[in-house]
Design a protein around this ligand. Structure first.
Ligand code: ADP
Ligand code: CA
Length: 413
């Protein structure tokens, strides 16, 4: 029987979908996490505790276990486990990305260096650290620009600045984020601020699968809400893209080029690009699948989920088709209207009644805090829709969100 090891970081939205996908395959499932789990003692072979921050040690430990009971595949379910996933897969001799390539994608400055070296169209960039004087730094960069931490995700700490004054304010705001305990704990890179020239244009997200170095495009999403800053809250994703065919081809070609430049070869790939008169530009490439619960918009062939597809590819099980189901689909990462304590979400029934709406999932519990960007790192929830056209999908998502009412009270009051 095939044996699968899932690498599950402490905070991720992706576990359930991957575990369900594994359950639909005939595999012996083992799960590794960072903290000892109560089930670990009862099922020592199938629940592992690994230090994800020490990929080499984790790889040695798994290799030792694998000598007794080999693994057929190792799959990181999210950003935080991609590097350790590559280290383990390489130690086991399984098809994988090189560890160095994955590490490069995990630091935005390293990524820019690698893409720049290969000549991949990407914004000009400048690296600073918290030791730098922001007022002096502000005089050396072009405007508008975007300041961002090098090692965070989901737009956390990403801020546009149009002037030296805005630059200094943004720098200070990011500094505060970088000094929070959870970010300091990430270690290397947690004192870095990357500044990039602002690339105007329409943004798209490409979901792909690398197979022996070749990029297979699984889906291209438009992001129809303008992302002009100062913060970059992700909202609507709709597929298929409404961009002209030749632009979509240019996006796919540039993504493949960027993947090659980074040395990525195998497994899921999530890329964000901007498109303007000069063509497509790479904003970011990650060696993982789409984040949050957004993969639920996708179905392939005769109904495979994205997670099933990723697991099948990793396990070497035949995939009948990488074609996305034709029906247009989309998701809205529900915008956080303001910070505070989420008391109640009203109007969910009315929102679900909007034609085309399939599911609404609120991911912040009642009584928990919601934190907007640029500080926040958790989604308020997700709305999913399927309809006849991308325009209808987008309209349904907006209408459903409009029917939701979030009761949020100030945190201290
Ligand atoms: P994260 O990994 O946190 O998502 P990104 O670098 O992808 O960080 O930035 C988040 C968002 O900010 C992007 O999706 C894009 O909308 C915007 N953004 C980031 N860098 C630039 C840039 N150089 N020009 C224009 N927009 C940018
Ligand atoms: Ca991103």
């Amino acid at each position: 029987m095939l044996r699968l090891l899932l690498l599950v970081p402490t905070t991720t939205y992706r576990t359930e979908d991957f575990v369900q996908a594994a359950a639909r395959l005939d595999v012996d499932l083992a799960v590794a996490s960072e903290r000892p789990n109560v089930f670990g003692e009862r099922l020592p072979d199938n629940l592992l505790t690994l230090d994800f921050n020490d990929p080499e040690k984790a790889a040695c430990e798994v290799a030792a276990l694998a000598r007794l009971n080999p693994f057929s595949a190792v799959v990181p379910v999210d950003d935080r486990t991609t590097v350790v996933g590559a280290a383990i897969a390489n130690a086991l001799g399984l098809p994988s990305n090189p560890v160095a390539a994955v590490s490069t994608t995990r630091n935005k400055h390293q990524m820019r260096l690698a893409l720049g070296k290969a000549g991949v169209p990407s914004p000009p960039y400048f690296l600073f650290t918290l030791a730098d004087d922001p007022a002096r730094a502000a005089r050396t960069v072009p405007y508008p620009c975007v300041l961002k931490p090098t090692i965070l995700a989901a737009s956390r700490g990403v801020i546009r600045a149009d002037s030296e004054g805005e630059f200094v304010a943004a720098f200070r705001r990011i500094e505060a984020i970088l000094k929070t305990a959870d970010v300091v704990a990430l270690g290397s890179g947690s004192d870095e601020i990357l500044v990039e020239g602002f690339i105007p244009g329409n943004e798209v997200a490409l979901e792909g699968l690398l197979v022996k170095g070749a990029l297979r495009v699984l889906a291209l999403f438009d992001k129809p809400d303008p992302l002009d800053g100062p913060f970059f809250e992700e909202t609507i994703y709709v597929t298929p893209s409404r961009l002209p065919g030749e632009t979509q081809t240019a996006v796919a070609d540039l993504t493949a080029w960027a993947a090659r430049a980074l040395g990525l070869r195998e497994g899921p790939l999530h890329a964000e690009l901007r498109v303007n008169e000069a063509g497509p530009w790479v904003i970011e490439i990650a060696a993982r699948s789409i984040g949050g619960l957004c993969s639920r918009t996708l179905r392939f062939g005769t109904g495979l989920t994205l997670e099933e597809l990723i697991l099948r590819h990793a396990l070497g099980i035949e995939i009948e088709s990488l074609e996305r189901e034709r029906r247009p689909a989309g998701v809205m990462m529900i915008p956080i209207p303001r910070g505070g304590i989420l008391e109640e979400v009203r109007g969910q029934e009315a929102a679900k009644a909007v034609p085309g709406i399939e599911e609404i999932t609120i991911t912040i519990h009642q009584g928990q805090e919601v934190v907007p960007l640029p500080e926040g790192s958790r989604y308020l929830g997700f709305i999913f829709a399927r309809r006849e056209t991308p325009e209808e999908v987008e309209a349904a998502l907006r209408e459903a969100n409009g029917r939701l009412e979030f009761v949020i009270t100030p945190k201290s009051g």
